[in-house]
Structure formats: structure tokens, C-alpha cells
Design a binder for this molecule. Structure first.
Ligand SMILES: Cc1ncc(COP(=O)(O)O)c(C=O)c1O
Length: 497
């Protein structure tokens, strides 16, 4: 219902309290309707940003508008033209489904608007961040010496971890001279499994000025985990060839198949060779909370650093990544800065609450609030329940694929919630299968069945589902799988069976 603007709302910064309340309720009403209809909204609107440009095009607003007019765009322009992350049929990338408690936490966080770069601007926020990081570290099985902080996402967490690795292993004055030092060793290199290496490491190497050739891809086993014997042989050969290995990266849930490397075997190697061990756990580090997966996470506590994304499997609203260091002092040794205007205090104990010199950012948003509230609201037990459901969904999909003659299994039964599989009906030539799988994913989106995507497994185009959403049920999985089979047969010119 339209609300007439008041003089205060159009001329002043702040609205009168009653008007703010009315608009706040209007916003909450929209969100209530949104959350209530997540099962009914198509996950994918089948429009592109190019289609939408005219809808949002216009001159810079010279005069303010009533908030009701702006909010009306939510229904008419924004919601119907958005992919719905919260939909139980959103299987793209590794996107989390979001939660109501996360939404409320964001409202409170931005309402107070602290800047937890330094504790003086954010006393409670910085304590909450340290506490939340401690909870996450404990849930992952890291020692009490671990520390960390929230960053924008897995890419920044991986970048920060590589920066810590460089600092920790550098034999020259890297703080003063960086990579421009004349006594810097040549060809600094990083190692990870060849198949599942996430593109975020290319960005990290770009940002650190190391160059993409610094990434050395190690052969992987049939189950896509890193071949540790091959890794060790490669380290020795690379050293002999004049390279300077400084970091090995293991996966705690890889991008296409959710692979979990053998952390203990990796730690044995990195300890033997004096290298930094980083675990990319953006997708799956928190799987350590499931006792039934316990054995798979053995050795995580020996990693020098771990990255994790709250905005993936935990469903924390974007953005929310974090980087953890086994030895918390590594953060300050890597990111520490001083400046007279920062007003550092001589008290060491208080420094633990200054995040500007424990991570890559100065000013920061209060990301911890939404994780802190979510962990308190659902508890570890709640997350165990959610995670088990997503894994059960992935395994159910694997069962459907394995039991259907039109589909091909391309990976082992999933340990986590990411699963790749291939449409391969009899009678279609191998040479046409990549194209068929790509068209199938496009068609499933165009018909608004679900948001599905493809990847390449060992070079061949496959379907790839990330079933991170806690709302997804076995019915969703079965119905989408059946629809994909029907559409696939249609595209292959085979009709319904
Ligand atoms: C294994 C892995 N590492 C890193 C990332 C990067 O995370 P973000 O997109 O939050 O930067 C992703 C994202 O999907 C990922 O799957």
C-alpha cells in the first residue's frame, strides 16, 4: 500500500520513527512472502542481464523518490528477474540457499554498522568474530591455537592463505622487498591435484604476482584425490630443476565431485619437505562435524591453513568466507601494518581484536554476526542434520543415475553434496554427447525446471549438481532427474520411454 512521503523522509537523512517502522514492516512482509514461496518460484527466470538493461536504464536520480515507489520494484522488476538461490531446485555453482536467521542477522549487522577492522569501532563485533572463528575451528577439529577471520569468500581466503604460506617460507626479506628482492629464489611453486584445481588459485596467484605457471598440477587418482606419491616425486624433481616449492593445497570438498584428499598423507609430505599445507575447504571443511565422515578429515589439524565458505554449505547469506591458520600468530606476521592514525594500543591482549592487521582488509563488514546467530540458532546438531540431508540427496541422485540405462556414472558415490553425472542414452555417438549434455542443461533451465549446470569430468561435458540447499528433498531430486531424462530423450530424438 503506497505511503505518502513525509517532509522528513524527502529532506532529512533519517525518517521519522513511525515511517521507518512502516517501511521496515513492508520489507519484512516481502521477505515473508519470498521465503514462503521458495518451493513455488522457478529457480531460474530464463532472462539475461542484457534483456533487463532497459528495465533499469535511466538518468541519475536528481530528486529523491518515495520509498514505496522504490520498494515496488522488488515485486515487478527484481524478484521475477532473479535466480532464486533459496529454491530447492537451485543446483548451480556451489551456492548456498540462505536462511531467514541470516537475513535478520544482516539487518541487525548493517543497522549497527560497525567496522570490525579495529576493536575501537566495534567492541562487541570483534569479540563475536573471534568467538565465532573459535567455534568454527573447533567444529573442524583444529587446535585451540588456531585463529582466523572472515573474508569475502573462498577466493580471498585462498589468496590470504597463499600469502601466509609465502611469508612463512620466504628465505629473504619478503616484507620489505616482496617479489622484487634480488635474492629471491626463482620459480616459487604451489601444488594441487590436476583435475579439481579451483580457478580461485589462478586469481590468488595473479593477485600475489606469482604468475599462473606457479601452479603445478599433480596427477589425481580415479576418485579425483591427489596422488601423494606423485606429489612427492614431483617436489623432488621440481627442486632438482631449480624450482622453489612453498605450498601444497589439499581439497576438503572439491569443485566438481566433492573429493576429500588424504590430509594426513599430505601433512607427512609437507612436514618432511618444510612446506606450507593449505586445505581448500570452501565447499566442505565443515564436513568434519559429521562423525560418520570423521576418518576422511583425519589430519585436518596438521594443516597450516584452512579456507571455508559460510555462504556455501552453511547457507549463510553472501558474502561469507573465512581463513583459518593453525598458528594464529601467522595472521599478524603476514598482514600486520602500523600507522599513527590507527591508534594501536601497547596492550598485546587487545591486538587480538584488531582485524585490520590480521587479514587483507582494513574496513570490513560484520560478517561474523550472521554466522554467530546461525550457529546459536541451529546449533551444531542442526547443521549435522542439514548436512546429512544434502549428502543423502547427492547419494540418492547417484543411485538414480546408476540404476538408469540413459545415464552414466562418472564419479564414485559422493562423500559430500556435489555430484557430477552424464546423460548417455544408447544410440547417441560419443562425439555428440558433449553437445547433448550442454543442450540438456540449457533446456532444463529454459523450461524453468531447475537451475542445473554442466562441467567437464576428465574432459567430457557432464551434468553437475551442487545440492547445498537444506530445503531440497528427495522428491525434488527425483522429479528433476525424471524431467531431465524426458527432456534429454526428446533432444536425442528418442521420445518418451
Ligand atoms: C573448492 C572451491 N574453492 C574456492 C572457491 C571460491 O569461493 P568463492 O566463490 O566464495 O570466492 C570455490 C567456489 O565455488 C570452490 O568450490
Amino acid at each position: 500500500m503506497p505511503v505518502a512521503p513525509t517532509v522528513a523522509s524527502t529532506l532529512g537523512v533519517d525518517m521519522p520513527a513511525e515511517e521507518f517502522r512502516r517501511h521496515g514492516i513492508a520489507v519484512i512482509d516481502r521477505l515473508v512472502a519470498h521465503y514462503a514461496s521458495l518451493h513455488d518460484q522457478p529457480a531460474y527466470p530464463a532472462v539475461s542481464p542484457i534483456d533487463l538493461v532497459p528495465l533499469f536504464d535511466g538518468p541519475v536520480p536528481e530528486h529523491g523518490e518515495p520509498l514505496d515507489a522504490i520498494l515496488a520494484d522488488w515485486e515487478w522488476k527484481i524478484l521475477p528477474n532473479s535466480s532464486i538461490q533459496g529454491s530447492p531446485r537451485f543446483f548451480g555453482w556451489v551456492n548456498g540457499g540462505g536462511t531467514q536467521v541470516g537475513t535478520l542477522a544482516e539487518a541487525l549487522a548493517t543497522g549497527l554498522n560497525p567496522n570490525p577492522g579495529g576493536w575501537r569501532a566495534a567492541q562487541a563485533a570483534t569479540v563475536i568474530e573471534n568467538q565465532t572463528i573459535r567455534w568454527l575451528a573447533e567444529l573442524m577439529g583444529l587446535d585451540a591455537t588456531a585463529g582466523g577471520l572472515f573474508v569475502s569468500g573462498g577466493t580471498m581466503a585462498n589468496t590470504a592463505a597463499l600469502q601466509m604460506a609465502l611469508r612463512a617460507t620466504a628465505t629473504w626479506d619478503i616484507v620489505a622487498d616482496g617479489l622484487q628482492a634480488s635474492d629471491r629464489p626463482s620459480r616459487l611453486t604451489v601444488y594441487m591435484a590436476d583435475h579439481e584445481a579451483h580457478v580461485s588459485f589462478k586469481k590468488a596467484l595473479d593477485l600475489l604476482g606469482l604468475g599462473r605457471n606457479a601452479l603445478r598440477l599433480v596427477p589425481s587418482h580415479d576418485d579425483f584425490t591427489i596422488d601423494t606419491a606423485a606429489l612427492e616425486a614431483m617436489l623432488v624433481a621440481d627442486r632438482a630443476a631449480g624450482m622453489t616449492p612453498f605450498c601444497v593445497v589439499g581439497h576438503a570438498g572439491s569443485i566438481n565431485v566433492g573429493a576429500i584428499d588424504d590430509f594426513a598423507a599430505l601433512a607427512d609430505i609437507t612436514e618432511r619437505h618444510g612446506l606450507w599445507l593449505h586445505l581448500d575447504g570452501a565447499c566442505g571443511a565443515l564436513g568434519a562435524i559429521l562423525p560418520e565422515l570423521g576418518g576422511r578429515y583425519a589430519g585436518i589439524e596438521r594443516a597450516d591453513s584452512v579456507s571455508f565458505d559460510g555462504h556455501k554449505w552453511m547457507g549463510i547469506p553472501y558474502e561469507c568466507g573465512c581463513v583459518l591458520a593453525r598458528d594464529a600468530s601467522r595472521l599478524k606476521r603476514t598482514f600486520g601494518v602500523t600507522a599513527s592514525y590507527l591508534h594501536e594500543q601497547p596492550d598485546d591482549a587487545l591486538e587480538a581484536f584488531d582485524f585490520y592487521d590480521r587479514g587483507p582488509q582494513m574496513s570490513r563488514g560484520w560478517r561474523a554476526m550472521k554466522v554467530w546467530m546461525s550457529l546459536r540458532y541451529y546449533g551444531a546438531e542442526g547443521y549435522r542434520r542439514f548436512f546429512r540431508r544434502t549428502i543423502d540427496n547427492a547419494r540418492y541422485l547417484h543411485e538414480l543415475v546408476a540404476g538408469h540405462p540413459d545415464w552414466e556414472v562418472v564419479q564414485p558415490e559422493p562423500s559430500l553434496y556435489i555430484y557430477s553425472f552424464r546423460f548417455r542414452p544408447a544410440g547417441v555417438a560419443e562425439a555428440d554427447l558433449d553437445d547433448l549434455n550442454a543442450r540438456l542443461a540449457d533446456e532444463v533451465k529454459a523450461r524453468r525446471v531447475a537451475l542445473v549446470m554442466t562441467t567437464r569430468i576428465r574432459g567430457r561435458v557432464t551434468q553437475r549438481f551442487s545440492i547445498a540447499n537444506h530445503r531440497t528433498t528427495r522428491d525434488d531430486i527425483r522429479e528433476v532427474f525424471e524431467a531431465m531424462t524426458r527432456i534429454g530423450r526428446e533432444l536425442a530424438g528418442q521420445g518418451a520411454d
